[in-house]
Ligand binder design. Structure first.
Ligand SMILES: NC(=O)c1ccc[n+]([C@@H]2O[C@H](COP(=O)([O-])OP(=O)(O)OC[C@H]3O[C@@H](n4cnc5c(N)ncnc54)[C@H](OP(=O)(O)O)[C@@H]3O)[C@@H](O)[C@H]2O)c1
Length: 312
C-alpha cells in the first residue's frame, strides 16, 4: 500500500508558521487582512468560503466577508474589488468561483491589484509564473530565505494556491521532481495549466492531458508523478497507473449523500502507487494554507516597501 500524503499535517505546519508571522506583524501594530468574495450560493464555493473563514481565525488573520447575491451585477462585483484594492486593512483578495455565467470572470480577476492577488490567478500573476519570474518560490532553499526574512521581491507575484500546494506536498514527502515524467490530467487556468508550468520549472518532463486526449491511459502509464484535476469521479483507475508512481488527486466530487471523493480510485490505485493523496485530506487543506501564507507574505511586503527599516 502506498504512503498516504497527509495534507492536513503539512497544512498545520504551514499555518503555525503563518500565525507566527501574523503575530510578528501585530507587534508593529499591523493586522493582516484577507477579503473573501462569494457571489451566489454554489455549494462547493460556500464550503470553501466557510473553511477559509475558519482557517483565518486559527492564524489570527482578519477575514473580511463580502457576500453578494447571484443576481449581483458586474459593476457591483467590480466595486467590491476596487474598494478592497484601496483598503489598507486588506492584503489579499480571494474571489470564489464559479461566478454567475453572465459575469466576465476574467475581467473581475484582472481587476484585482496584482499585489493583492494572493490566489495568483490574474493575468499578471499567471504571466510572471510562465516567465519564471515567480517560480523561485517553489525552490526550497529560496523559500527558507523568504520565510526567515519575510522578504518577497516587489515585482514578484503570488503563485496559484492549489498547484503551489501540490508542489509543497511533493516536497514535504521528499518526492524528487527533477528529471521525472510528470503527467497532469486537466488544463484549467486555476489548476492544470499552472501546475504543469511549476513542474516544468522544477525540471520534470511534463505531459498535459485533457478531454480531447486520445488514449488517456497511454499517457498516464508513463507517469512517475501523476496529477489529476478533472472533477471526474473514478477517472483514474489502477490499470492506468505505473507501479510505484506518485499519485496526486486534486479532484473534488461531492456525492449525493454529501460525501467527497476525488478523481482517483483510491483503494485500487493505492495498491500500486508509492505515494498517494487522499480526498478529502490531501491537496485541499494545503490549498487553504497556501492562501494564508501568500496573504501574510503580502502584508510583510507591503510594510517593508513602506517602511524598509521596520522589519529586519
Ligand atoms: N483540492 C483543491 O484545493 C482544489 C482546488 C481547485 C479545484 N479542485 C478540484 O479540481 C477539479 C478540477 O478543477 P478545475 O477548476 O481545474 O476544473 P475545470 O476548469 O472544470 O477543468 C477540468 C479539466 O479537466 C479536463 N477533463 C474533464 N474531463 C476529462 C476527462 N474525461 N479526461 C481528461 N480530462 C478531462 C478538462 O479538459 P478540457 O479542458 O479539454 O475541457 C479540463 O481541462 C475539480 O474537481 C475541482 O473541484 C480542487
Amino acid at each position: 500500500m502506498a504512503t498516504i500524503m497527509d495534507g492536513k499535517r503539512l497544512a498545520d505546519e504551514i499555518k503555525a508558521e503563518v500565525r507566527k508571522n501574523v503575530e510578528g506583524l501585530k507587534r508593529f501594530g499591523i493586522d493582516v487582512g484577507l477579503a473573501i468574495v462569494l457571489v451566489g450560493d454554489n455549494l462547493a464555493s460556500k464550503q470553501y468560503f466557510l473553511a477559509t473563514l475558519k482557517s483565518c481565525k486559527k492564524v489570527a488573520i482578519n477575514a473580511y466577508e463580502y457576500r453578494l447575491p447571484a443576481t449581483a451585477s458586474a459593476n457591483e462585483i467590480l466595486n467590491v474589488v476596487y474598494s478592497v484594492n484601496h483598503d489598507e486593512r486588506i492584503h489579499g483578495l480571494l474571489i470564489l468561483f464559479p461566478l454567475p455565467p453572465r459575469i466576465n470572470a476574467r475581467r473581475v480577476v484582472n481587476t484585482i491589484s496584482p499585489e493583492k492577488d494572493v490566489d495568483g490567478l490574474g493575468s499578471i500573476s499567471i504571466g510572471r509564473l510562465a516567465a519564471d519570474e515567480s517560480t523561485f518560490q517553489i525552490f526550497h532553499d529560496n523559500l527558507k530565505v523568504l520565510n526567515n526574512r519575510g522578504f518577497m521581491p516587489r515585482l514578484s507575484s503570488f503563485l496559484p494556491c492549489t498547484p503551489y500546494g501540490v508542489i509543497r506536498l511533493l516536497e514535504f514527502y521528499g518526492v524528487e521532481i527533477k528529471g521525472k515524467n510528470a503527467v497532469v490530467v486537466g488544463k484549467s487556468l486555476a489548476v492544470g495549466k499552472p501546475l504543469s508550468m511549476m513542474l516544468l520549472a522544477k525540471e520534470a518532463t511534463v505531459t498535459v492531458c485533457h478531454r480531447e486526449t486520445r488514449d488517456l491511459s497511454f499517457f498516464t502509464r508513463q507517469a512517475d508523478i501523476l496529477c489529476s484535476a478533472t472533477g471526474v469521479k473514478g477517472l483514474i483507475k489502477a490499470d492506468m497507473v505505473k507501479e510505484g508512481a506518485v499519485v496526486v488527486d486534486i479532484g473534488i466530487n461531492i456525492l449525493e449523500d454529501g460525501s467527497i471523493v476525488g478523481d482517483v480510485d483510491f483503494e485500487s490505485v493505492g495498491e500500486k502507487a508509492s505515494f498517494i493523496t487522499p480526498v478529502p485530506g490531501g491537496v485541499g487543506p494545503v490549498t487553504i494554507a497556501m492562501l494564508l501564507e501568500n496573504t501574510v507574505k503580502s502584508a510583510q511586503r507591503n510594510e517593508q516597501m513602506k517602511s524598509p527599516f521596520m522589519m529586519t
